[in-house]
Design a protein around this ligand. Structure first.
Ligand code: ADP
Ligand code: MG
Length: 285
C-alpha cells in the first residue's frame, strides 16, 4: 500500500483545481469534464458503426471514475474523444469549461499537454531517459517550469525518490508503473485518463497500480478516468459507468453504496440489492 500520508500540498494549479469552495476567487467548477450528445461513428453507408450514441456525461472533479462494458461497447472511443485524441461527429465536450471539440490543432495540442494526463497500458517509458527525466517529460513538452517540490512530493508519495536517476531497465515492473503514473500527474492535469492500465499485469501488480491511482485521487485530488473490463478493478473507483452499444447503460455511485454499507441499519439491507446486482451487458472476459 502507498504510504504518502505526509505528502505536501500540490502545486498551485492543483490547489486551485481542488478548492471546491472557490476561495481562490477563481471559479473552480465541480465538473471537470462534461459531454453532451456525443456521437462518434466509423465508416459510411451500410457499414456504419455507431461507437458512441448521443452520450451525456459529467465527470466530477477529484473523483475516480471507472468505465466498463463489453468489448466493442465504445470504451476506448469514449476515452479518446474525452481526451481530445479523436474527433466526434456531433455533440459537445467541455474540459474545465473549455469546449474541446472545436479547438484547432495548436490549442488542442497545448490543452492535451497541459491539462490532460495519460497512463498507457504499456506504460511507455522512454528507455534512454532516467525515471526523473521520464516524469518531467510532459513539463518539458509543455515548456512549463519544473516545480522541484512537486516532483519530490510525487516521488516520495510513489516510493521512487531513491530511483529517480535509474533507467527503466534498472527498475522493477512496479516501479516502472509508478513512474508512469507520476508522469501523468506531473502537470497537475484536469483529468488523468488510463485505458486498461492493469490489462497486462499479474494480480499483485494490478493491485499496486490501483492503489496508486487511488492515492492520486485521495492524496492529490486528481480526477481519474479509467477504462477496465475487470469488475474488481472498477470497484476501486468512486463510480462505475457501464457502456453498452455506445450508450451509458449503467451508472453506479460506489461512494454512496459504501456509505450505506457502513450503516448497520437492517432496513437498508433490501435497498442495497439493486445497486449491488451486476449490470446487464457486462464484459464477459
Ligand atoms: P471498446 O474499447 O469498448 O472495446 P471501441 O471504442 O474500441 O470499444 O469500439 C467501439 C466500436 O467502434 C466497435 O464496434 C469497433 O469495432 C468500432 N471501431 C472502433 N475504432 C474503429 C475504427 N478506427 N474504425 C472502424 N471501427 C472502429
Ligand atoms: Mg478498448
Amino acid at each position: 500500500m502507498p504510504t504518502a500520508s505526509q505528502a505536501t500540498a500540490p502545486p498551485p494549479a492543483t490547489r486551485t483545481a481542488t478548492s471546491a469552495d472557490g476561495a481562490t476567487g477563481e471559479a473552480a467548477p465541480a465538473v471537470a469534464l462534461r459531454a453532451r450528445a456525443v456521437t462518434r461513428t466509423y465508416g459510411t453507408g451500410a457499414g456504419t458503426v455507431t461507437a458512441l450514441d448521443a452520450v451525456d456525461l459529467d465527470i466530477a472533479r477529484g473523483a475516480f471514475t471507472a468505465i466498463m462494458g463489453a468489448s466493442g461497447s465504445g470504451k476506448s472511443t469514449l476515452l479518446h474523444v474525452l481526451a481530445g485524441l479523436d474527433e466526434v461527429d456531433s455533440g459537445s465536450i467541455e474540459l474545465e469549461g473549455t469546449e474541446i471539440t472545436t479547438l484547432r490543432d495548436d490549442p488542442l495540442t497545448r490543452l492535451r499537454r497541459e491539462r490532460i494526463g495519460f497512463v498507457f497500458q504499456s506504460f511507455n517509458l522512454l528507455p534512454m531517459l532516467t525515471a526523473e527525466q521520464n516524469i518531467l517529460l510532459p513539463l518539458e513538452l509543455a515548456g512549463t517550469r519544473v516545480d522541484r517540490a512537486w516532483l519530490d512530493t510525487l516521488a516520495t508519495a510513489f516510493g521512487i525518490a531513491d530511483r529517480l536517476d535509474h533507467l527503466p531497465s534498472q527498475l522493477s515492473g512496479g516501479q516502472i508503473q509508478r513512474v508512469a503514473i507520476a508522469r501523468a500527474l506531473v502537470t497537475s492535469p484536469a483529468v488523468v485518463f488510463a485505458d486498461e492500465p492493469t490489462g497486462n499485469l499479474d494480480s499483485r501488480t494490478t493491485e499496486e497500480v490501483l492503489d496508486f491511482l487511488r492515492l492520486s485521487v485521495d492524496e492529490f485530488g486528481q480526477t481519474v478516468v479509467m477504462v477496465t473490463h475487470e469488475r474488481d478493478a472498477a470497484e476501486r473507483a468512486d463510480r462505475i459507468l457501464t457502456l453498452a452499444d455506445g450508450q451509458i447503460a449503467g451508472d453506479e455511485d460506489l461512494r454512496a453504496l459504501r456509505a450505506r454499507r457502513a450503516q448497520p441499519a437492517e432496513r437498508d439491507q433490501h435497498a442495497q440489492q439493486p445497486t449491488q446486482a451486476p449490470l446487464a451487458g457486462q464484459e464477459p472476459r
